[in-house]
Design a protein around this ligand. Structure first.
Ligand code: C2E
Ligand code: MG
Ligand code: MG
Length: 739
C-alpha cells in the first residue's frame, strides 16, 4: 500500500528537485507559457532597481547643475559686493583701478569691468576694454534689465560654458548716476570639482539601489518565492514529496499547503484502498490474478538482473465442482479458504501465493536453483492440500494438480509463463489427481502439432487419407492364421504415414474419434467380407475401439448396422478395448460389452497387465480374449522373472475360461517361451508385420489350408508342440455374462 504523507501548516515541501530555472517537474503545471514566481519577482525588482538608478542619475544631474550655478552666483555676489563698496568710496574711476586689478588677480575671475551710467567702461582688468561700451560684454542683456533690478545680480549667458558673466547696478558717486559692475567668472575649475562630487554621489546611490534590491529579493525569496515554489512542487507531485522545511508564520501559502496536503492525503488513502481492493481476493485474502501478474513481472525483472530462476506454479483443486454441487457453495468456500491458508503456511520467504480464479491458485517460487526444486515444492504443496480434513460431518481428501513452468527456460515474460503453466496443468489433469507436471518446451510443440493434426484430420476422412493395415494373429499350437488386427494409419499428403498413437488421442479429444471408428468398422467389415467372397481362409478381424466409443450407448447399434451393411457374420468381427478403458465407469462399460457380446461379436482386452484390473470386475466382463501387453513379452526371455506375469495372465485367463494372445512377439525364442507358458495365440513382427490390404491378401493366399506361410514359423510350431492345455476355440461364457 502506498504510504500517504500528511503535511501541516508549519511545514513546506521538499521533494523532487525543481529544474534550475524553476520550471516545473512535470507538464501538468508547466505548459509552454509557464512563468515562475521567482522570475516575476526578479523582473519586478530589476525594473524597480533600474528605475531607481535612472531617477538617481537625474537627481544627481539636477543637483550638479544647481550647485554649479549657485556657487558661481554667490561668488559673483561677493565680488560685486566688494566692487560696489569700492565704487561708493571712489572719487574717480582711477580709484577703482586698484580693486579691479586685485579682484582680477584671483584665480577664479577672468575679467572685471566697471561702466558708468552711459555704459562706457571706466575701469577694467583688461586695459584694451577701457572706453568701450559695456553692451558688448553684456551681449543680449540690455541695460534696462539691470536698471529694473537695482540691487539684483543678473547673470549673463556664456556660449561656450567656460565662463559665467554677472552684472549689477552699483552707485557711482563720481558719475552722479548708477553704473554697472561686470564680472566674468571662470567656471571650468569649479565644474570639474562638482562633476567629480556628482559622479561619486551617483555611484553611491546606484550601489545603494542595488544592495536594497538584492536585500529585498532575498527577503522575498525567503518569505514568498520559496514557499510558493515548494507548494508548486508539492502540488505537482500530488503530495508525493514530504513537507519538511518550516513555512514561517502562518499565511495564505501555509493555508493552501494545508488544504492541498489534506486533499492529497484523502486521495492517496482512497487510491490505496482502491488499489488494495483491486488486487485482493475477497474470499481468501490472498492477492488476485492481477496482483500475481504484477508480482511475477517484478520477480522476473529481479531474476533477470541477478541471473536466477523463478518458478511459476498453478495449482488446481480436483473435482471442486462436485464439492460445490454436493456439499454446497459454503463448503466450497471453506475449502478454498483452507487451501489458501495451507499455501500461505507452506510458502517460503520471498514466495508469493495468489488466487488466480475459481479453484485455481498460483505460487511464485522465487530463488529456485533447479527446475527439480520447483517440482519438490509443488509436491509439498500437493501433499499438504491433500491431507484429510472435515467439513461438517464429511471427511474429505481434497486432491490437487499442479502445472509448473520456469523462468527463463520456459518463457521470458509473465504472460507466456502463466500460459505455459496452464498447459502443464492440463497435462497434469490428464495424468490424474495429485499430479504435478513441469512444462517443457516439447509440451508446447506437441500442442502446436496437436492443433495442426486436429485441423487436418477433418479433411483426412473425406479425402480418403485414412488406411487400414492388417496384422496376422497366429494360433501358437497349430500354426494356423487365427485372425487379424486392423490398425489404422493416416497417409498424410505432407507428413507421410502417421501412426495412430499420434492422431488417435487428438481425435479422441476433439470428439472426431466417433467418425473414425465408424469408418474403421465399415472398412474392416467390407474388406473381410471381400476376402471371404474371394475364397480366402475365413478369419476374424479385430477393430480397436476407444474409450469414447465405449461410452456411447449406441455402439452396439452401430456395430450391428455395419455388420448388416456388409453382410458379415458377427463371429468374424472382434473388438479390442484396453484394460484401462474398461476399468473406468465399469457399470456402463459392462452394459455396452454385454450388448455387443450378445450380438456375437468377440471382445478382447488389449494391453492386458498394464491397467490394474480389478479381478472382481474382470469376472464380470463378457470377454473372449486377453491380450498380454507387449512390454511383458519383450522381457520374457531376459530373466526368469520376466515370465512370471505372462504366466499369471495365462493361468488367470484359462481359469476364467478365456483365451490368451501375446502381442509384440519379435523372435522365435519369445514364441517358444509363450508356447511353453500355455499361451494360445501370438501376434508380432515375427509372425507378420501390419500389412496393407493387398499385401495381407497375398499373405492369406500363401497361407494354404490356413497355416502360416513362413517355413520357420511352421517349423517352430511343428518341432515344439505345446504342453500347455489348449483352451476351447469357442468363447466361454463368463460368469455373470449375459451373452
Ligand atoms: P494395439 O491395439 O496394442 O496395437 C498393437 C500395436 O503394436 C500396433 O501399433 C502394432 O503395429 C504394434 N506391434 C505389433 N507387433 C509388434 C511387434 O512385434 N513389436 C512392436 N514393437 N510393435 C508391434 P500401431 O499400429 O502403431 O497401433 C498403436 C495403437 O493405436 C494400437 O495399439 C491401438 O491401441 C491404437 N489403434 C490402432 N488402430 C486403431 C483404430 O483403428 N482405432 C483406435 N481407436 N485405435 C487404434
Ligand atoms: Mg489392439
Ligand atoms: Mg495392444
Amino acid at each position: 500500500m502506498r504510504a500517504a504523507t500528511r503535511g501541516t501548516s508549519e511545514s513546506v515541501v521538499s521533494g523532487a528537485p525543481a529544474k534550475p530555472d524553476g520550471a516545473p517537474a512535470s507538464g501538468r503545471t508547466g505548459p509552454a507559457g509557464f512563468f515562475p514566481v521567482r522570475r516575476k519577482v526578479l523582473v519586478l525588482l530589476s525594473f524597480v532597481g533600474a528605475t531607481m538608478v535612472v531617477l538617481s542619475a537625474f537627481f544627481v544631474l539636477h543637483l550638479y547643475n544647481t550647485q554649479v550655478k549657485d556657487r558661481s552666483r554667490s561668488r559673483a555676489e561677493s565680488f560685486t559686493e566688494v566692487l560696489a563698496y569700492a565704487a561708493k568710496q571712489a572719487k574717480s574711476p582711477t580709484d577703482l583701478e586698484a580693486i579691479v586689478r586685485a579682484l582680477a588677480a584671483t584665480s577664479r575671475i577672468e575679467l572685471v569691468a566697471v561702466a558708468d551710467s552711459g555704459g562706457t567702461i571706466v575701469a577694467t582688468s583688461q586695459q584694451d576694454w577701457r572706453g568701450l561700451g559695456i553692451r558688448r560684454l553684456l551681449e543680449r542683456r540690455p541695460l534696462d534689465v539691470l536698471a529694473s533690478t537695482p540691487d539684483g545680480l543678473v547673470d549673463g549667458a556664456n556660449p561656450d560654458g567656460r565662463y559665467s558673466d554677472f552684472a549689477r547696478q552699483i552707485a557711482l558717486p563720481f558719475s552722479k548716476a548708477p553704473g554697472i559692475a561686470f564680472i566674468r567668472l571662470k567656471t571650468s575649475a569649479s565644474v570639474s570639482a562638482q562633476r567629480a562630487a556628482a559622479w561619486s554621489l551617483l555611484v553611491w546611490l546606484t550601489a545603494g539601489v542595488i544592495i536594497s534590491v538584492l536585500t529585498i529579493s532575498l527577503v522575498m525569496q525567503r518569505i514568498l518565492v520559496a514557499p510558493i515554489e515548494a507548494l508548486r512542487v508539492f502540488a505537482d507531485q500530488r503530495g508525493a514529496s514530504r513537507l519538511l522545511t518550516p513555512l514561517g508564520p502562518p499565511d495564505e501559502v501555509s493555508i493552501v499547503a494545508e488544504a492541498l496536503s489534506d486533499a492529497f492525503f484523502a486521495t492517496s488513502q482512497g487510491e490505496a484502498l482502491l488499489a488494495d481492493l483491486a488486487e485482493t481476493d475477497g474470499l481468501t485474502g490472498l492477492g488476485n490474478r492481477s496482483h500475481f501478474k504484477a508480482k511475477l513481472d517484478r520477480e522476473i525483472a529481479k531474476a533477470t538482473r541477478r541471473g536466477g530462476m523463478v518458478g511459476v506454479m498453478v495449482l488446481n483443486l480436483d473435482k471442486f465442482k462436485d464439492i460445490n454441487d454436493t456439499l454446497g457453495h459454503s463448503s466450497g468456500d471453506l475449502i478454498l479458504q483452507r487451501t489458501a491458508e495451507i499455501l500461505k503456511i507452506c510458502q517460503r520467504k520471498g514466495d508469493t501465493v495468489a488466487r488466480l480464479g475459481a479453484d485455481e491458485f498460483g505460487v511464485i517460487l522465487a530463488n529456485i536453483e533447479t527446475p527439480e526444486d520447483s517440482v519438490e515444492f509443488a509436491n509439498r504443496f500437493i501433499r499438504a492440500v491433500g491431507a484429510p480434513f472435515r467439513v461438517g460431518a464429511h471427511e474429505l481428501h481434497q486432491t490437487a494438480c499442479v502445472g509448473l513452468t520456469i523462468f527463463p527456460q520456459d518463457g521470458r515474460d509473465g504472460e507466456v509463463l502463466l500460459k505455459n503453466a496452464d498447459l502443464a496443468l492440463s497435462r497434469a489433469k490428464q495424468e490424474g489427481s495429485g499430479a504435478s507436471v513441469l512444462y517443457r518446451h516439447e509440451l508446447h510443440l506437441r500442442a502446436m502439432e496437436r492443433n495442426s493434426i486436429e485441423r487436418d484430420l477433418r479433411t483426412a476422412l473425406a479425402q480418403k487419407q485414412l488406411v487400414l493395415f492388417y496384422q496376422p494373429k497366429v494360433d501358437i499350437h497349430t500354426g494356423r492364421i487365427s485372425g487379424a488386427e486392423a490398425l489404422i494409419r493416416w497417409r498424410h499428403p505432407e507428413r507421410g504415414l502417421i501412426p495412430p498413437d499420434l492422431f488417435i488421442p487428438v481425435a479422441e479429444q476433439c470428439g472426431f474419434i466417433t467418425e473414425v471408428t465408424q469408418w474403421v468398422l465399415g472398412e474392416a467389415c467390407r474388406q473381410n467380407r471381400a476376402w471371404q467372397q474371394a475364397g480366402l481362409t475365413k478369419i476374424g478381424v479385430a477393430v480397436n475401439v476407444s474409450a469414447v466409443d465405449l461410452r456411447r450407448p449406441d455402439l452396439s447399434d452401430i456395430v450391428a448396422g455395419t455388420l448388416i451393411a456388409h453382410s458379415l457374420s458377427p463371429q468374424y468381427l472382434d473388438l479390442e478395448v484396453t484394460e484401462s478403458m474398461v476399468m473406468r465407469d465399469v457399470d456402463v462399460v459392462i452394459g455396452t460389452l454385454r450388448r455387443l457380446r450378445s450380438l456375437g461379436v468377440g471382445i478382447g482386452i488389449d494391453d492386458f497387465g498394464t491397467g490394474y484390473s480389478s479381478l472382481a470386475y474382470l469376472k464380470r466382463f463378457p470377454v473372449k480374449q486377453l491380450k498380454i501387453d507387449r512390454s511383458f513379452v519383450r522381457d520374457i526371455a531376459d530373466t526368469r522373472d520376466g515370465q512370471i506375469i505372462p504366466k499369471v495372465i495365462v493361468d488367470l485367463a484359462h481359469a476364467l475360461g478365456v483365451s490368451v494372445l501375446a502381442e509384440g512377439v519379435e523372435d522365435a525364442n519369445q514364441l517358444e517361451i509363450l508356447r511353453s507358458l500355455g499361451c494360445d495365440e501370438a501376434q508380432g513382427y515375427f509372425l507378420g508385420k501390419p500389412m496393407e490390404a493387398d499385401e495381407f491378401e497375398a499373405f492369406l493366399r500363401r497361407a494354404a489350408d490356413g497355416m502360416h506361410p513362413d517355413a520357420t514359423v511352421r517349423e517352430i510350431m511343428a518341432v515344439a508342440p505345446s504342453k500347455a492345455k489348449v483352451v476351447p476355440k469357442r468363447p466361454v461364457r463368463m460368469p455373470g455374462s449375459a451373452a
